[in-house]
Design a protein around this ligand. Sequence first.
Ligand code: NAI
Length: 341
Amino acid sequence: MSESMKRPQVTLIEGDGIGPEITAATLEAVAAAGGAIDWHPATAGMAAAERHGDPLPAATVESIKQHKVALKGPLGTPIGAGFRSVNVALRQQFDLYANVRPAVTIPGVPSRYTGVDIVMIRENTEDLYAGIEHYVDPRRSAAESIAIITRYGSERIIEYAFQYARRHGRKRVTLVHKANILKLSNGLFLDTGREVAKRYPDIAFDDMIVDATAMKLVITPERFDMIVTMNLFGDILSDLIAGLVGGLGVAPGANIGDGGCAIFEAVHGTAPDIAGRGVANPTAMMLTAAMLLDHVEQGAAASRLRRGLHAALANAETRTGDLGGKLGTADFTKAVIAAMA
Ligand code: NAI
């Protein structure tokens, strides 16, 4: 097999708004870090809707099916009307059941806390987000949304969390729930967690009620190592932990399925207020690319990329405007690349 055939093949969706700017910066930084990837550009979101009349063209789905791994910029979703979220459609189509969101203190990034190092594993396909909602009467005087929690879905996400803990040398998994009130659905998730935990005697396991978790995360975030939880609580708490380390500009994420299938995306959106001005912070997208490099077993390049980012962010002179610095996207990227050495 030739060297080029061994290189990972990855679908690249640059996204809307600031997407093209931060994607270009990220590809430059990945290459400088020694990441050896063949990118396959594809479109989705507003750009695809305008160009092809479809926010998720068949060719894009086909590309992800073929390559199994994608790096995706933020996609615009019309509010209230128009097409449904392409992000949600992709997670469902490829059964990307594990949403992985690390929140790590980066020295220099303005934040209220130090020493935060939490990985949140959120179930991505079930719970209140299964899409079962209706009005209960013709007058629409009441509506109900149904949360579905299955043993299958619970077991695979909790297993994923423990496997992740083992792979990354993590010591504790905390399962977050509301089983004191939602005794059946959340009770099932908790019972499944206790069963799965028995298979991992090397990893500490505890459980915590979601409201108490929210308070403890704010008071003593350094107490937490890994959190595994259901879709709704995970959606809320993963933004909370991003806030503990400096917010959207530095929050990476990944959606992972079985058989190596994964779509990597930063947590933030398209930032229409600053799009096209060359001032967007590419940090979250670059940290997301570092997760992708780990996934395709290019750990050395991932470390080099993180090292460059951490060094550039540690220096007030080389931060982007949203973090109190003066640099735009292109100059920040140069600083990251220079700091890799
Ligand atoms: P947003 O994350 O785009 O922006 C919120 C605020 O954070 C804005 O002031 C923006 O300028 C700032 N910001 C975000 N990322 C930044 C970065 N990298 N550098 C500097 N500043 C940054 O959230 P918003 O405004 O609620 O959503 C805008 C659009 O993005 C909507 O259409 C929404 O549906 C979409 N969206 C897409 C996501 C995705 O594709 N994964 C996730 C969240 C929102």
